[in-house]
Design a protein around this ligand. Structure first.
Ligand code: ZN
Length: 368
């Protein structure tokens, strides 16, 4: 196992952000560079891992294991790469893997595949085919490239150390990756399948992920005679209806509060105070502006879970109707709405059929 792993992390990442260093940006719970560090360590394929960076102090503070060395990088990627090879020469490596820290999503399986193929080859490069059509330009003329015969090279790339060292030390031009050194001299390169998820992170937008929030809602109204009963926007035949400033629809009120909770916008009373304007208002009319605002702000509902707490009416009888109604009012797929009926063993006001309560939990995601 005379393998060495080089992580190039000296890029200025100006396209990423003018103030943030890409390699140290938090991505999936750790700094981008640490995805590469951990995977190379966990693969147990390497004697030493060498990080080339212009932020040596930042990395030294992390307390990496001894098998990790950190050196200062050069001006261009190819300068950093050459520095790493010069540093490693004294260890007499057999193989060296060169990797860009900006690709945190490779797998350990890929490392093993590179290592396996290196037994019979001097350069092993992971490649994927292009999803987009490709053109290239010579002077003012544009040519089409056959997409199916075009390959996009990724890192990590694996090499016999001595061969790479000799090529790199004699190269005068700036090169974008080590594969170029072999290809320019028509040396044999073994291409193996790369990984589509092993994208290079270039822009902050590449990794800005959506955020998910939860909200909880609760409501209870007294049952009174001579009022219509509405649950989830559905008129239910019953001996009483729910008392309230509005139609008293506990399900829709709890949904509104759950949504407002998830987007951190206080509560239903803030939007619909007990004023004349909202006297006897139907709850779907209250829900509408809340939904419009939610979707306008790029939120999407993931799912809704509802507990309707009452002795009567039996939820099972109206479940389909209520779910259909909520689905229409929220534009949420029926399969993402769950409605449970819960009785209270005849206890208290709810048990004596003098009130109905409802609790709702909602999950929403914001997409940018
Ligand atoms: Zn209410």
């Amino acid at each position: 196992m005379n393998n060495y792993f080089v992580i190039l992390a000296a890029g200025k990442s100006k396209r990423f952000h003018k103030n943030l260093v890409k390699q140290f940006y938090n991505y999936r719970n750790k700094e981008i560079i640490d995805h590469s560090v951990e995977k190379s360590l966990n693969s147990k394929l390497f004697k030493k891992i060498l990080i080339v960076t212009n932020n040596v102090n930042h990395l030294k503070k992390k307390g990496y294991p001894k098998s990790i060395s950190i050196i200062k990088g050069g001006k261009e990627r190819s300068d950093s790469s050459l520095k790493s090879l010069k540093f490693l020469k004294k260890y007499k490596p057999k193989n060296v893997f060169i990797h860009d820290a900006a690709r945190p999503n490779f797998s350990i399986k890929l490392l093993k595949n590179l290592s396996k193929n290196l037994k019979k080859n001097k350069a092993v490069i992971p490649v994927i085919s292009s999803k987009d059509s490709l053109k290239y330009k010579i002077k003012d003329q544009i040519f089409n490239l056959d997409k199916d015969n075009s390959l996009l090279t990724q890192t990590p790339q694996a090499f016999r150390f001595n061969e790479l060292y000799d090529l790199a030390i004699n190269e005068k031009d700036k090169i974008s990756d080590e594969a170029t050194l072999f290809i320019n001299r028509n040396y044999k390169v073994k291409f193996i399948p790369g990984e589509n998820e092993n994208n290079k992170i270039t822009y902050l937008k590449d990794i800005e992920t959506s955020k998910t929030y939860f909200g909880i809602g609760f409501d209870i109204h007294r049952l009174i005679k001579n009022k219509k009963l509405y649950l989830g926007g559905v008129k239910i035949p019953f001996h009483s209806g729910l008392k309230g400033h509005s139609d008293g629809d506990v399900i829709l009120h709890a949904i509104i509060d759950a949504i407002l909770g998830a987007i951190r916008k206080k509560d239903i009373g803030t939007f619909f105070p007990n004023t004349k304007k909202f006297k006897n208002v139907r709850s779907p009319i209250m829900l509408k502006p809340i939904m419009d605002n939610l979707y306008k702000s790029n939120f999407l509902i993931n799912n809704l879970d509802i507990n309707l707490i009452c002795e009567q009416p039996k939820v099972s009888k109206y479940r389909e109707k209520i779910i259909n109604s909520i689905s229409k009012l929220t534009s949420l797929n029926r399969s993402m709405i769950n409605l449970k009926g819960k009785t209270v063993e005849k206890l208290g006001l709810i048990g004596k059929e003098k009130a109905i309560a409802c609790e709702v939990i909602i999950s929403i995601t914001k997409y940018d």
